[in-house]
Ligand binder design. Structure first.
Ligand code: AMP
Ligand code: GLY
Length: 427
């Protein structure tokens, strides 16, 4: 039996815990800190994802066989190196490898050197220089805080005024703190966005089916960027030749370039790609599973996830099969009214049991918390509250089931996009 410590507490971690709990080899499952959903699958531990010393001590005391971390902050902060230095077995990339997500400036430079297709860009640490560059290049233009900012550090600016405000907020007001001392300014790319996930053990990589997230808060891909409002997988219009082209021109050179820098990547490399009129171009690299991409992957994956994780840690991915459901999965994010700006917390949630009665549906918790001695006892505790996932033989069926289930859930001010997957159905 394998005892597992899973780090994190979002919808992605509920989906991972749900899948890990199905392994015939799972012993004890602990989630730190977990959420209202993970507590039904294992034991939530009140240790934060950045408390490396406490987490390592816990893993030592409980003789954890495998720790899994797919959260950006601890990965970029070096949790994998920390655990490895204590002789603890952990799945995820090292600090050096996770830089590909932790610093957009590093990622862009790596892409430039490796010839990976990406938007033209420049990097600035001085506000006035950045402002001149924006005035020279005109709009639309994209301004990014170089460091981590919960998916919110990117401003797609359609007017000069918007660009000026973004530069002021990031570089002068410091709304993203140190993450914004360096900014990347890049060419705006038009086209559909897709998420690629490549699993790597440092020697071999294997691609997951392609998924598509919906990043903005508003329907029709409008409004502010969020962590992601809903996903589908696989993406029906993406033909295998295009995927294999992305593998050759993006995934392989990125992994090779990291290895050449002494930063061999093991874990999930997730490039976000824009299918622009001039071909596939990388928007960013992440060093972890997407959230909510992970939710649709866990629904589709048929292989024991512990086998998959252990093959990465042990360097035996080459002989590990990945088997996928032949259908489609959709995941609709149900968010707090007001997200990604301010929103209320502590609002009672009802209807999850009813939602899960719809065929093929599993509801993943993200920002939820279980209250003692209160009825109903599940309350909201974050911006993205739930991920309502469904499987279907065809994409339309998965979406219909997911939306029917969403209709059975209620909390005050709940918000969700009604057009998840709609673009893919039209093509
Ligand atoms: P990132 O964190 O760099 O992936 O950016 C967040 C989101 O902003 C992306 O998922 C895109 O929707 C959008 N975005 C980022 N870069 C660009 C770009 N160069 N052109 C158009 N949209 C972009
Ligand atoms: N779904 C977008 C992300 O995880 O970055």
């Amino acid at each position: 039996m394998t005892d597992v410590l899973l780090i994190g507490g979002g919808g992605r971690e509920h989906a991972l815990a749900w899948k890990i709990a199905q392994s015939p080899r799972i012993g004890k499952l602990y989630i730190a800190p977990g959420n209202g959903g993970t507590r039904l699958l294992g034991e939530n531990i009140a240790i934060g994802a950045m408390e490396f010393e406490k987490l390592a001590q816990f893993a030592e005391e409980k003789k954890i066989d495998l720790t899994i971390c797919s959260v950006d902050d601890p990965l970029v902060g070096g949790i994998v190196d920390f655990f490895q230095s204590r002789g603890l077995r952990i799945w995820g990339p090292t600090k050096a490898a996770a830089q590909i997500e932790g610093s957009k400036a590093f990622a862009k430079q790596l892409m430039r050197e490796a010839g990976i297709p990406t938007a033209d860009f420049a990097v600035f640490t001085n506000h006035d220089d950045a402002l001149h560059y924006v005035h020279d290049h005109g709009v639309p233009i994209v301004i990014k805080a170089s460091g981590l900012a919960l998916g919110k550090g990117v401003a797609v600016c359609r007017t000069l005024k918007e660009a000026e405000v973004a530069l002021k907020e990031i570089m002068l007001k410091g709304v993203f703190k140190d993450s914004g001392t360096e900014v990347v300014i890049e060419e705006y790319l038009d086209g559909q966005e897709i998420s690629i996930h490549a699993l790597s053990d440092g020697k071999t990589h294997k691609l997951f089916p392609v998924s598509q997230d919906h990043k903005t808060i508003g329907e029709g891909d409008t409004g502010k960027n969020t962590g992601g409002m809903g996903t589908i997988a696989p993406v029906p219009w993406l033909v295998p030749e295009v995927l294999s082209d992305i593998e050759t021109r993006v995934v392989k050179p990125a992994l090779d370039a990291l290895a050449a820098r002494g930063a061999t990547f093991a874990g999930i490399l997730y490039p976000g790609i824009k299918m622009s009129s001039s071909g596939a171009k990388v928007l960013e690299f992440n060093a972890r599973f997407g959230d909510p991409e992970c939710q649709v992957y866990m629904r589709l994956l048929k292989t024991d996830i512990l086998d998959v994780f252990e093959s990465c840690v042990d360097g035996t991915l080459v002989s590990q099969q990945l088997e996928w459901d032949s259908g489609f999965a959709a995941n609709i994010v149900v968010a707090s009214g007001g997200y990604p700006d301010t929103y209320k917390k502590g609002l009672p949630i009802t209807g999850i049991e009813e939602a899960e009665k719809v065929e093929g549906v599993v509801v993943f918790h993200a920002g939820t918390q279980m209250m003692e001695n209160v009825s109903p006892s599940l309350v909201t505790s974050g911006g993205r509250v739930l991920g309502v996932s469904a499987l279907g033989a065809i994409l339309e069926e998965a979406l219909t089931r997911a939306y029917e289930a969403v209709g059975r859930i209620h909390f005050e001010g709940m918000y969700f996009r009604r057009d998840i997957g709609a673009k893919a159905l039209l093509l």
